[in-house]
Design a protein around this ligand. Structure first.
Ligand code: SF4
Length: 343
């Protein structure tokens, strides 16, 4: 692996580029650790264009960390509806409660204390420490990994924690010479807008210092070990309605999609799902028609969903809801079904 010969020059070039090219974002240049926490959690697994409107709505509803801490989880999940990976919303709510109750609403400045908050890992803690508190902590996310493995022509597996740690060490002398908040955001910005999967090297401020560019092989980096195939589960969804009011059920308060609402579903074959539905509600399913089929992809599993419109011999004795006024959060996998039904 190559090294950065001149850490100061590297940082100067990067920050000069950032000063004129950075995108205007609602959580940029505000030095608010609560904003950094919300934005970082939203941006995990979510594109910037999608996350920004959610961020704006979120901080309008909960302007301070204690406003969020005092909210009900149902309201938080409703505001998160459609972003997916709802565990992030649960973690954010828990972290806000800790900051509000344990630290009296003042975000801790100590790196270890930030990292002890629910849902905050090494990268997010370092991002908050540098962006909101101007501390020289190097934060290495996927964007930074991509940039730096190319700059250094570093072929270690980026799925390994040791690779991240090595990049952190390489960047420590760089951040020491710069404003930490700008440095952290500039690295991420370069990865997000220039050193993308298909890099735009002709527009890159680091071109003269980039080994992969010099060797003509940026696309060979980063090197990633192959992930195991995801588990694929067949899921039967039963849509039951009377007078435009639908059966929706709440998931348990732990596990995948905790607390969220879905149309009734069963992870079995169709015949078994029918039996389970009939046993749960004490009715006979007399008719079904397939409404749609689609796959919903989670980080580790794929749901192969078959959605059936069903009717029963006797009415189902359960609360039914108007989809247009339903007040709770519906799991992303089921929002597609709601959209089809509302059309
Ligand atoms: S020169 Fe190209 S490959 Fe190297 S950091 Fe810049 S955009 Fe990425």
């Amino acid at each position: 692996m190559h090294q950065i010969d001149n850490p100061k020059l590297f940082g100067d070039r990067l920050l000069a580029w950032y000063a004129t090219h950075k995108r205007s974002l609602p959580f940029r240049d505000v030095y608010n650790p609560y904003y950094t926490l919300v934005s970082e959690l939203m941006l995990q697994q979510t594109q910037m264009e999608t996350a920004v409107p959610y961020f704006i709505r979120f901080v309008e509803r909960y302007p301070t960390v204690c406003d969020l801490a005092r909210a009900s989880i149902e309201d938080v999940l409703k505001l998160w509806e459609g972003l997916g990976y709802y565990r992030r919303a649960h973690h954010l709510h828990e972290a806000a409660k800790t900051v509000c109750d344990v630290y009296h609403g003042t975000f801790p400045k100590d790196l270890a204390l930030i990292e002890s908050l629910k849902g905050v890992g090494r990268y997010t803690a370092r991002a908050i420490h540098s962006i909101a508190f101007e501390q020289p902590s190097v934060a290495v996310d996927g964007n930074v990994l991509r940039v730096m493995t190319r700059v250094l022509r570093y072929d270690a597996d980026v799925m390994k924690e040791q690779t991240r740690r090595t990049i952190e060490t390489v960047l420590e002398p760089v951040i020491q010479h710069q404003k930490p908040s700008d440095f952290t955001q500039a690295m991420m910005e370069l990865g997000a807008t220039i050193c993308q999967k298909k890099p735009q090297c002709e527009r890159c401020p680091l071109q003269a210092m980039c080994e992969a560019y010099a060797q003509g092989d940026p696309s060979a980096y980063p090197v990633k070990s192959v992930k195991k195939d995801k588990i694929r589960n067949a899921v039967q969804v039963f849509v039951y309605a009377e007078d435009d009011h639908y059966l929706l059920v709440q998931r348990p308060d732990n596990g995948l999609l905790a607390n969220l609402y879905t149309f009734w579903q069963d992870e079995n074959d169709f015949e078994t799902a029918v039996k389970n539905f009939e046993q749960t509600y004490g009715v006979n399913v007399v008719h079904h028609q397939i409404l749609t089929t689609f796959n919903h992809v989670f980080s580790h599993v794929v749901w192969e969903m078959t959605v059936h419109l069903i009717s029963t011999q006797h009415p189902v004795r359960a609360k039914l809801y108007d989809l247009t006024t339903f007040p709770y959060a519906i799991a992303k996998a089921h929002l597609k079904i709601r959209e089809i039904l509302l059309k």
